[in-house]
Design a binder for this molecule. Sequence first.
Ligand SMILES: [Ca+2]
Ligand SMILES: [Ca+2]
Length: 323
Amino acid sequence: MSRKVTIGSTRRRKEIPDFFTREECNHIITLAKEQGLESSLTTSTGKGKGLTLRDSNGDQKLSLREMQMTLEDGFDIYLDDDDIRQMYAELGVDLNKDGFLSRQEVDGETIRKISSYVMKVEEEQPIKKSRFSEQTWIYPDKTEDPLVQSFQDRIAKLTMLPRVLIDKFSYFQVVHYGKQGHYNAHHDSSYLDDSSTCCHLTESKQCRICRYMTIMVYLNNVAEGGETAFPVANNDTYNAYVFRQTGMMNLNTRCQDSNLKVQPQQGKAVVWYNHFINASTGWLGDVDPLTWHGGCPVTKGHKWIMNRWIAVSESREVDLAVP
Ligand SMILES: [Ca+2]
Ligand SMILES: [Ca+2]
């Protein structure tokens, strides 16, 4: 597939107004509420144990951004410049108050102080985490609900993929974002590598779910904010390192810098391909790096969405095998 065809292109992304009716949207929200929602989980990689200081430019001191990246790696926390300045002030660690942490200013004790400070922020200000929302999963095979049952047909029609493949991954997620709810930019799938293969079941250790397509439906109209942002859509000069350095994945504060923002609208579906097609197999190719996306903060009202993925393995034979 040509690299010119990007997530910004309508060949890679479609918006479908009125994919669900208002009644269908409300019905899904009611189902989710009846079932109960839980805080969306994010993973803290290191929990502060042995934070790796990210002196990216090697000048022997940490800039505000370098400290942010250090914390983003070790925790699930996305702080801005003012947050870092405030942390330094409260902990009294930036001794000469120049906004940099020099080698002389950082020792084991400093790192311990910073770690416990950040763990407190994670608890007290979940808004600073990569994801601030609550969610639940709906399993079509565990409900008689006719609307839920009809989704499989509708998803098959929409994606024009074989029903046998659609049926191998049928559950979906309903997510609720309250005020300031957001989700920082992420990929819905992971890059192919030799250490584990893509499959439909999560039980096996060496197996992971590769989400070839995402189908997201807005279940309500959001009073203000809550756009779905694609920060690097159509970015011909995308560079992973630069993207990280500039902190653009922090949609809680950087949404306005995104190349593409989709407005929520009740019943509208947004569909995109997370993976390319492998030219030689004609089946699952690698992740399209430009599919970075997330949810901008909801500034007024609430936002409800439904996420459904099409999981595909690297083997056409496995995917199309009739159980
Ligand atoms: Ca530095
Ligand atoms: Ca300093």
